[in-house]
Design a protein around this ligand. Structure first.
Ligand code: ZN
Length: 497
């Protein structure tokens, strides 16, 4: 490559090193840091993110990008140029004052949101939500978009995705999903779940979590597992990927499936090509594709019958008392119980996407100016009733349940549901490509599947944007019917519906 291209890559790597240092400080804050360290840590993080921003948006970078364009890069270099230019242009368009104003408002909004949620007092949060939306509208105008302001927000998390496309996918999904939900609700054979809430000693849960990560081929020499109140995965290089989990001694699924979920994220990060570290070719495609990996391991593998055929004896051995009167089939059905819930993060895989749809619809209407912040509690209750069949008795269990809006994060929610759809479509393709995949999983062989994911998805970095990747890997555009067919088959059997 030419000099300008090399310069561009060097600056990108410096910025990425600074961001990695910040990510390590955040990891420490969530896992080990004593409480009193918080104010200084906040300052350190602000300093580092400022440095990374300054380095990446420097005039030198602008020159390097323009110069690299003139060098006519091809192949992988073109991917790096495309993505670096995309984020550079996005960042330089946002005025520094606006960034500062957003940060200040969001700090205040987070505090207000906490109070409002604790006291079921939406009006206390409402003025901050108004302000936050106004600021994000200005942000969208600054960044630019083709059709509507919400596109600019979505694009940050799911590059290339638009509100119109999400809306089309979700409408299609909802139409197919609601009849499945109705059949499950009408079923008279709900699984037994009493044993999930028995006593599961923490030390045994931890051993089991490590065991399942090993079975998934998570590389403990290139990663760690620790504890935090909100599980997450962070990565500084494919050779240092850290996930966290949390233990609930009186509810089995929390830690186990949480670990498999984060483990799926971590496998993606460990599988990124280390030779492209610090550049887009060595980075994940989008949040939606990241979520597809976590959900694929958590649900399509971890909540599958073949998986439990192999792993049930290990769980039974770990918890002989809690599971004394439980068989493999009962266990499999129990961890797949479907029940409407008010809270998104507690939702089962059948209801989950419906929780996301109502958030997406509200967000899109807010940014189109069709509704205002004050309308959100009412619309929330309406849609919950319509989609999930239950109405939150309080706003704390309704519109105030997620922290995202208080943090100025709009356009993020859709990536969770897209993750489910990508995952099902990928898994179908894996089933076509890999003979006897279910049999392999039932024998405890998860490496064949992982190797396929590595080759088809992880190793490619940001070569393709999400929808192109789906087409490349599965031979077809994103289509909700793969996910629905998976649910119909699995839950039709469990619920005899
Ligand atoms: Zn996730």
């Amino acid at each position: 490559m030419g000099n300008h291209y090399d310069r561009m890559i060097a600056i990108r790597r410096e910025a990425s090193d600074i961001s990695s240092a910040a990510a390590l400080l955040s990891w420490d804050q969530e896992t080990l840091m004593p409480k009193k360290g918080a104010p200084a840590r906040g300052r350190q993080l602000a300093t580092l993110s400022g440095l990374a921003h300054t380095r990446f948006t420097s005039p030198e970078m602008g020159e390097a990008i323009r110069g690299a364009e003139g060098e006519g890069p091809v192949g992988p270099a073109l991917v790096n140029l495309r993505e670096i230019r995309r984020s550079y242009q996005r960042l330089i368009r946002v005025p520094v004052e606006l960034v500062r104003e957003m940060a200040e408002t969001e700090a205040e909004a987070k505090e207000r949101w906490r109070e409002a949620r604790a006291n079921n007092d939406f009006p206390r949060f409402s003025p901050l939500l108004h302000r936050s939306i106004e600021l994000r509208k200005r942000y969208a105008e600054a960044v630019g978009y083709e059709h509507e302001p919400y596109d600019a927000l979505l694009d940050e998390y799911e590059p290339g995705m638009t509100a119109a496309r999400v809306s089309q996918i979700f409408d299609d999904l909802r139409a197919q999903l609601l009849p499945v939900v109705a059949r499950i609700r009408a079923s008279r054979t709900p699984p037994r779940t009493d044993f999930l809430s028995r006593h599961y000693p923490r030390a045994d849960q931890e051993r089991l979590s490590r065991r399942v990560l090993s079975l998934m081929h998570f590389d403990f020499e290139a990663g760690r597992m620790d504890i935090s109140s909100h599980p997450f995965t962070t990565s500084f290089t494919p050779n240092d990927v850290r996930l966290t989990t949390r233990y609930d001694e009186s509810y089995f699924p929390t830690a186990f499936f949480g670990t498999m979920h984060e483990g799926g994220h971590a496998l993606y990060d460990q599988g990124l090509p280390v030779e492209h570290e610090g550049t887009p070719l060595g980075e994940p495609v989008s949040l939606g594709i990241h979520e597809s990996q976590s959900r694929l391991w958590e649900n399509l593998v971890g909540r599958s019958r073949p998986f439990w055929k192999h792993f049930f004896p290990a769980v039974k051995q770990a918890f002989p008392e809690a599971l004394a009167d439980v068989g493999e089939e009962e266990f499999y059905r129990g961890v797949n119980v479907v029940k409407p819930s008010l809270i998104r993060i507690e939702a089962d895989e059948v209801h989950y996407s419906l929780h996301i749809m109502l958030r997406f619809e509200i967000e899109r209407d807010l940014f189109r100016g069709a509704i205002s912040a004050d309308d959100t509690p009412r619309i929330w209750r309406q849609r919950m009733k319509e989609y999930i069949g239950i109405e939150p008795p309080t706003d704390s269990d309704g519109v105030l349940q997620d922290i995202h809006w208080a943090m100025g994060i709009f356009g993020y929610f859709p990536t969770y549901a897209l993750g489910n759809l990508y995952a099902a479509q990928f898994m179908n393709a894996a089933g076509r490509d890999l003979p006897d995949l279910e049999g392999r999983v039932a024998r405890g062989d998860l490496s064949t599947l992982l190797e396929w994911l590595r080759r088809k998805i992880h190793a490619r970095g940001m070569t393709w944007q999400a929808e192109d990747l789906v087409r490349e890997v599965t031979g077809a555009p994103l289509d909700a019917s793969h996910f629905v067919a998976y649910l119909e088959h699995k839950y039709g059997e469990i619920y005899e519906s």
